[in-house]
Design a protein around this ligand. Structure first.
Ligand code: KMT
Ligand code: NI
Length: 179
């Protein structure tokens, strides 16, 4: 099961869980209503996995690469970590499959509250185009992820506010329909 919760408002290190007490869990169904899709796969066989191939084929996730997020492997680590954690949106879906390590994807709900999604080895997620989100590794400082795209990659992140984009308008429409 995916582990997700409403974040607490405590200041401090974003790489800590920020999981409130008492817990405020968020389920798959609620994520789905935000357009966030989730799969659990066997990351040990990502190089030859019929389940992964099926998802990629059905959803046209044709392009992929692998990024390792840790101090020693990622050039400009500190700068990139900071960038990933700026609230932003993309004009295409953000599709990530965690092959090793772990991290947090934070997404805004309909009331603009932060939902934190804990992603570890074997977790695959699609964040829809136009959703405001951010990413950080957790306190272990290590994540290896497959990045997938429908066709050619579109990397640009638009920091909030970015409400004038067509993709944002489309996403708001989607949210209104699933209310
Ligand atoms: C992004 O766009 O936020 C990222 O690529 C985060 C790193 S992938 C786990
Ligand atoms: Ni992003």
């Amino acid at each position: 099961m995916v582990l997700a919760w409403y974040m607490d408002d405590a200041p401090g290190d974003p790489q800590q869980p920020h999981r409130p007490d008492p817990d405020r869990p968020v389920g798959l169904e609620q994520l789905r209503r935000l357009g966030v899709l989730y799969w659990k796969l066997d990351a040990d066989k990502y190089e030859n996995d019929p389940e992964l191939e099926k998802i990629r084929r059905e959803r046209n996730y044709s392009w992929m690469d692998i990024i390792t997020i840790c101090k020693d492997k990622l050039p400009n680590y500190e700068e990139k970590i900071k960038m990933f954690y700026e609230e932003h949106l993309h004009l295409d879906d953000e599709i990530r499959y965690i092959l090793d390590g772990s991290g947090y994807f934070d997404v805004r709900d309909k009331e603009d509250k932060w939902i934190r999604i804990f992603m570890e080895k074997g977790d695959m997620i699609t964040l829809p185009a136009g959703i405001y989100h951010r990413f950080t590794v957790d306190e272990k400082n290590y994540a290896k992820a497959m990045r997938l795209f429908v066709g050619e990659p579109v990397w640009t992140a638009y920091n909030r506010p970015a409400d004038h984009f067509e993709a944002r308008g489309q996403y708001m429409k989607f949210l209104a329909q699933t209310a």
